[in-house]
Design a protein around this ligand. Structure first.
Ligand code: ZN
Length: 87
């Protein structure tokens, strides 16, 4: 199980060099990779994704509960900004 190759590129350096190291931790084998213990980079990506999902839910709720044409326009605009910011 150790030395198992991962297809996903390293989020820190982009090389296809990830493997599961000792203790089951994702590790990058590139010498000089700025984040060889990839766990932190992966957690950062997960956190960004969670924030994006939360913002998206709020925006969708605003659209669903818009009481007027104007509120709907504002909610749609906010939603498109959220989508653009995380694409
Ligand atoms: Zn790397």
């Amino acid at each position: 199980m150790s030395d198992e190759k991962i297809r996903t590129p390293c989020p820190a350096c982009g090389a296809n060099t990830l493997f599961i190291g000792s203790g089951g931790h994702l590790t990058c084998s590139v010498i000089g990779c700025k984040e060889p213990g990839v766990e932190r980079a992966v957690n950062g990506l997960k956190r960004q994704l969670r924030i994006a999902c939360a913002e998206k839910r709020v925006a969708v709720a605003r659209i669903a509960h818009a009481a007027s044409e104007r509120e709907l326009q504002e909610a749609l605009y906010a939603e498109s900004v959220v989508v653009a910011a995380h694409d």
